[in-house]
Design a protein around this ligand. Structure first.
Ligand SMILES: Nc1ncnc2c1ncn2[C@@H]1O[C@H](COP(=O)(O)OP(=O)(O)O)[C@@H](O)[C@H]1O
Ligand SMILES: [Mg+2]
Length: 293
């Protein structure tokens, strides 16, 4: 950001709980400046958009609000879930959940045990069906997909990390990470290269040939994160990813998630009991009485 740009920053608080919306006049004096928009988190600019095509003069912006909302809408939405209902037998679990997640966001979901967090995560991740409601991931209405295209869509666009790593014991760390890429029928050398890079990023370059049983809990979980990342998914759903880790390994994983979001704009929705992980996210939602609040 050059000096001139910061002079006309509007903070549009309250649009999203933990977000502030800001608008930069690219050239403050020129009424026909192109503006860019971004999101501010903890005093740092994140997700700056390219210069927006809208030509808005300072006067318009002075009456802001409506423009801020319009510009905000231009930020790419990765996940939109609307009116999600789910019951098990007579027991209603989800009672009209609405949630939207934009690219690069880390959203955490907290709530009591049995509140329906895992149920929601499975439904958002297309592993289970809602009784009612719509889910759009990357502009695709996933409900309309039949089983085979849905499986392909999931492989291509969605990553999962669970509390237990679910790595295949007979394969090495590198092979485990490669598997989703092979299922996607990507070229073997390219998949291996990406898997190696990811394991390196996650601090596991010295563990490529280790089998899961030869790795610590934290290392296993980082392999699981690499596996979730290998097809460059639009969104990763993680269900209590640090639930089985000690505090040092949990902290490592938190830092990595934050870096993946900051450096690669990787989007995460994370169910967690871990306060630190929830605090480190961009937005924390609570599952209560079948709704997200
Ligand atoms: N497949 C299922 N069949 C019946 N009840 C289920 C099923 N899955 C979850 N439940 C019930 O739904 C409620 C919410 O479960 P869950 O989503 O796992 O909660 P959380 O992840 O918040 O602890 C619980 O009461 C649980 O017993
Ligand atoms: Mg759960």
């Amino acid at each position: 950001m050059s000096g001139g740009e910061s002079t006309g920053v509007w903070q549009y608080a309250g649009l999203r709980r933990s977000y502030v919306f800001i608008i930069f006049p690219a050239n403050w004096l020129a009424r026909t400046s192109i503006f860019a928009a971004g999101l501010l988190r903890n005093g740092r600019l994140r997700h700056r958009t390219k210069a927006l095509p809208a030509r808005i003069g300072p006067k318009n912006i002075a009456h802001q609000g409506i423009h801020a909302v319009d510009l905000f809408k231009k930020l790419p939405m990765v996940l939109q879930a609307k009116d999600i209902y789910k019951s098990f037998g007579q027991l209603p679990i989800l009672k009209g959940v609405n949630v939207e997640v934009s690219r690069g966001e880390v959203v955490s979901i907290v709530g009591k045990s049995g509140a329906g967090k895992s149920t929601l995560l499975h439904i958002l991740g297309t592993l289970d069906n809602a009784d009612q409601g719509q889910i759009t991931i990357n502009n695709t209405a996933v409900r309309n997909l039949s089983p085979r295209p849905l499986a392909a869509f999931r492989n291509r666009h969605i990553g999962f990390v669970f509390q237990f790593h679910h790595l295949l014991p007979e394969f090495s760390a590198l092979e485990n990470v490669c598997i989703p890429g092979f299922i996607r029928k990507q070229e073997e050398a390219a998949v291996k290269q990406r898997a190696t890079e990811l394991l390196d990023f996650l601090g596991l370059s010295h563990r490529l040939q280790h089998k899961p049983t030869e790795l610590s809990g934290g290392e296993q979980q980082r392999v699981a994160v690499a596996r979730a990342l290998v097809n460059q998914p639009d969104i990763i759903f993680a269900d209590e990813p640090t639930g089985n880790l000690d505090s040092a390994a949990s902290q490592d994983l938190h830092r990595l998630i934050r870096r993946l979001s900051d450096e690669y704009r990787q989007t995460f929705v994370i169910v967690t009991h871990n306060k630190e992980l929830a605090d480190l996210s961009d937005r924390c939602l609570e599952m209560r009485d079948g709704l997200l609040v």
